[in-house]
Design a protein around this ligand. Structure first.
Ligand code: ADP
Ligand code: MG
Length: 484
């Protein structure tokens, strides 16, 4: 796929948008967008979270595409990707009046920043020429310098995984190999994965560390096939000391890629090289992958990340605010921690929004401002809850209990059985992993969800009526879903 450079046009669109929207609205939505690249007919933009992607699409996608058509004189579609961004740091550095980062990495006292349209336009123009805050210290080219163990808040939800990651980083290839880290989106998998790499690199820079997202791995594999260049592809991944492979669920349904990964795995494993995978679900739940690859994933240590509880969310926000050198009142942090419980990425997005707002209007953030600025984020129900919600409602109605009973802790048989059934149906008719389903059923963990599915499967064997009950429930669920 050839790369096209439309960045010049993208900047032109930004200039038009700032004029049309005004600074406040522009900064709210556009400072977080990042031009990632283009193909002949598409431009890819990075956004920090699912929430932003949906909002930006809803509000501006058509308008931007119309403008692109005017400027480039052909139809260009926008594609959004969720990526980790550092717009704040970039903005700070491109602005001479903003706080600077000293050599110890600590930020000096925060000052007011100018809020003219020009400063935002400058920010975009300067992005490529701005040195990152970390260029003075040696850093691995593929790893984000911020993704360190120091910056990672350890709570009940992730302590097992974080401690394993630290042990691996101290002794790669020796302690736990492979390490298979899984969990829902935005829970810190990539951060921990890269923290291993950063730690190893800082302590032993000669170590050959390769970080790769599985989607990129796939693209490189396809290119290598096309260009008949498999030997250099193989070399790149089979001669490394630490292979950090992110989002390995992308191998599902791709047989050739699985085969390649299987052999890469064997080569590395046999020579005691460290392999770490992240995945959005447990290895047992990967669909359409070969048994032999699945068994390789399961061979070492498999640990999941759970969503953080309130205290951990609060601690994460506090740490993030400190690292950005911004003081946010405790009651505002508490408000966000209470209302944004789905994942850490959305927590960060909330914080970034407030900081951008405070910068722009020069006001101290209060609970009222936070409520007003974050109302969309607070109100957005997670996609996951929307369809599982319906399953819960229909099953609860059918058994004359409430959805809260299904999510609650009651252990009486008249609740336990419908709960197991609703979990089983969720697993059958949605794409959610047991981790996500457990979460939607009152924050249970994936083993409980798996246990429920097994119980129902056993019961289907002995109770001939159960299957037809399930089928009629599924019909009702689908009908309700259609009416929404
Ligand atoms: P995932 O790969 O699981 O989708 P990421 O690793 O990309 O999630 O995390 C999303 C964001 O949340 C990142 O900016 C990361 O730094 C932050 N984050 C996640 N967990 C933590 C944590 N425990 N402490 C600090 N930051 C965290
Ligand atoms: Mg990730």
């Amino acid at each position: 796929m050839a790369d096209w450079n439309y960045e010049f046009f993208w900047k032109e669109i930004l200039n038009q948008m700032i004029e049309e929207l005004g600074e406040q609205e522009f900064s709210r939505w556009f400072t977080l967008l990042e031009y990632l690249g283009a193909t002949e007919n598409t431009i890819s933009l990075g956004v920090p979270s699912n929430f932003y992607r949906e909002e930006v699409k809803r509000r501006y996608k058509t308008r931007i595409e119309e403008k692109l058509k005017m400027v480039i004189e052909k139809d260009i579609g926008l594609v959004f990707e969720i990526v980790q961004q550092q717009p704040k740091k970039t903005m700070v550095q491109s602005n001479p009046e903003a706080p600077t980062t000293d050599t110890t990495g600590e930020c000096k006292e925060k000052k007011e920043k100018p809020d003219s349209a020009l400063s935002y336009q400058m920010t975009y123009r300067d992005v490529s020429s701005v040195p990152s805050a970390h260029t003075t210290t040696k850093r691995h080219p593929q790893l984000k310098a911020d993704y360190t163990f120091d910056a990672y808040v350890i709570g009940d939800n992730n302590s097992f995984a974080a401690n394993a990651a630290i042990a691996i980083a101290k002794n790669p290839g020796v302690t736990y190999n492979p390490f298979f880290l899984y969990g829902g989106v935005g829970l810190g998998k990539t951060h921990l994965l890269q923290a291993i790499g950063n730690y190893v690199y800082a302590n032993a820079p000669e170590t050959k560390i390769v970080y790769i997202n599985t989607e990129t791995f796939l693209n490189e594999y396809v290119d290598a096939l096309k260009e008949k260049n498999m030997s250099s592809f193989k070399k790149k991944y089979r001669y490394v000391d630490v292979l950090l492979m992110d989002d390995v669920h992308f191998v599902q349904e791709k047989e050739g890629l699985q085969e390649e990964l299987f052999h890469t795995f064997n080569t590395l494993y046999e020579s005691n090289k460290q392999i770490v995978f992240t995945c959005d679900r447990p290895a047992t739940e990967l669909k359409k992958i070969s048994d032999r690859l699945r068994s390789r994933f399961e061979r070492g240590l498999n640990i999941d990340l759970q969503p953080p509880n309130y205290e951990t969310r609060y601690a994460i926000l506090k740490k993030k605010a400190e690292s950005k050198n911004v003081v946010i009142p405790d009651d505002v942090l508490a408000l966000i921690s209470k209302n944004v419980s789905s994942n850490v990425r959305d927590l960060e997005a909330a914080l970034t929004t407030l900081i951008a707002y405070a910068d722009l209007v020069g006001k101290i953030i209060t609970v009222e401002i936070a409520h007003q600025q974050l109302k969309d984020l607070f109100a957005t129900p997670k996609q996951i809850n929307m369809s599982i919600d319906i399953i819960q409602r229909v099953v609860a109605d059918y058994f004359k209990i409430t959805p809260d009973d299904l999510k609650g802790k009651k252990k009486s048989q008249n609740v336990v059985f419908p709960r197991q059934l609703a979990i089983y149906i969720s697993r059958e008719i949605t794409e959610f992993s047991t981790t996500e389903i457990g979460q939607a059923f009152g924050g249970r963990d994936h083993t409980t969800a798996m246990h429920s599915c097994n119980k129902i499967r056993e019961r289907i064997q002995t109770d001939p009526t159960l299957d037809s009950t399930i089928q009629s429930l599924i019909r009702m669920i689908k009908e309700s879903n259609g009416k929404r």
